[in-house]
Design a protein around this ligand. Structure first.
Ligand code: AMP
Length: 358
């Protein structure tokens, strides 16, 4: 059932590159797009039909924005829950606030994954004191990953505790409160599943995406990835349980660790389109941005079977200066986010290269 007629307006909290690619998808499907962002001149706002520039805390602006939109979504998860809650009084918001609340806090997220979605996760414990951390480290083989519960991404807000001797410094470095200790997962590779759930409960998963990180941020993704340990079916089953347990609507990225022997562990979930799903744009299937718009507007989900194998590489900082040369290469598709300022470590664009056929 299509719940948003052609020409309806889709509101997007956040004007970064993910918002921009959602705007492009909305336009392709015949919708208008309205961005809400605290900064003006954003990559998404520049190509949207409209941008509201206001802080997320500005209730009047959120209300006006929500009243202009037939359905709302968001492109990053650090949006204050209060903004989503307030917007939800005036229009529909997908994914709903439960998904956002779950992913906002790593302890809440891991507890949900373990207890509600029956998904495999590392051992973990909320940590408030140095003694608590020492106990955890002792219990789990003398090492741990210590993370802030909130606002961590791309490896920010995490330290590896290699032995009891690291406890004091690690605890102090992360501020000593609102922390989570995780046991160390001895993975042999990291992969993600990008999946969508529609308003009727249908679920469509893309095939495994193998991810390689550099300096704690995603560097390259290859999809469809090989599956020598035959873990794909199990990963999809876990994905279904997570999406159903949240009664989720939209696209989600789920990050997995794969261990020797084929055991899987879910590291985290992102209730939005995901960097590791950018390969879908040039693989001959419905891309993740169109899929998200389809899901939140009540359209039938698109085809998730790629025709081509893609390697996606992020362009970080001044790597974007090479786009002219890159776009002249065969089988290469460059996506420039048109950010005004080049900054070290900033995601400026990505390149999808066709490396084979499926
Ligand atoms: P995160 O910020 O949770 O996405 O973690 C960033 C990266 O740190 C992951 O992609 C892994 O490479 C590594 N990492 C995070 N948690 C663990 C863990 N419990 N065990 C081993 N490596 C981890």
């Amino acid at each position: 059932m299509v719940e948003c007629e052609q020409g309806s307006t889709i509101g997007i909290f956040g004007g970064g590159q993910l918002g921009r690619m959602l705007v492009q998808a909305a336009h392709k499907l015949g919708y208008k797009a309205h961005i809400f962002d605290p900064f003006d001149d954003t990559p998404a706002g520049r190509i949207a039909d409209k941008q509201t520039t206001a802080p997320f805390e500005d209730k009047t602006a959120v209300e006006l924005f929500a009243n202009c939109c037939d359905v709302l979504t968001y492109e990053f998860e650090n949006i204050p829950i209060a903004a989503i809650e307030h917007a939800g009084r005036f229009t529909r918001v997908f994914p709903d606030k439960k998904a956002l609340q779950t992913s906002h806090d790593r302890w809440v997220e891991k507890t949900f994954l373990r207890d509600k979605a029956r998904a495999p996760v590392v051992d973990f414990k909320a940590v408030e004191t140095m003694n608590g951390l020492s106990e955890f480290v002792r219990e789990f083989g003398g090492q741990a990953i210590l993370k802030t519960r909130r606002f961590g991404y791309d490896g920010k807000g995490q330290v590896k505790i290699r032995s009891l001797r690291d406890v004091k410094a690690g605890f102090a470095r992360l501020g000593g409160t609102d922390l989570i200790a995780e046991s160390f997962a001895p993975f042999i590779r990291e992969f993600s599943i990008i999946a969508a759930r529609g308003t009727n409960g249908d679920i469509a998963c893309y095939p495994l995406t193998e991810n390689v990180h550099k300096d704690h941020r995603l560097h390259t993704s290859i999809a469809p990835a090989g599956d020598p340990q035959n873990v794909s079916q199990e990963a999809q089953k876990i994905t279904h349980r997570i999406l159903d347990a949240l009664n989720y609507i939209g696209v989600m990225g789920i990050e997995f660790f794969e261990l020797k022997g084929g055991q899987l562990i879910v590291n985290e979930i992102a209730p939005r389109v995901h960097n590791s799903g950018h390969w879908t744009q040039n693989a001959g299937c419905t891309d993740q941005f169109e899929q998200h718009i389809r899901a939140i507007t009540g359209m039938k989900l698109g085809n998730t079977t790629p025709k081509q194998i893609i390697k996606m590489t992020n362009l970080i900082g001044d790597e974007i200066l090479h786009i002219d040369a890159l776009s002249k290469k065969p089988n290469t598709f460059v996506h420039d986010y048109e950010k005004r300022d080049i900054k070290p470590g900033r995601k400026m664009g990505h390149v999808n290269t066709v490396i084979g056929v499926c």
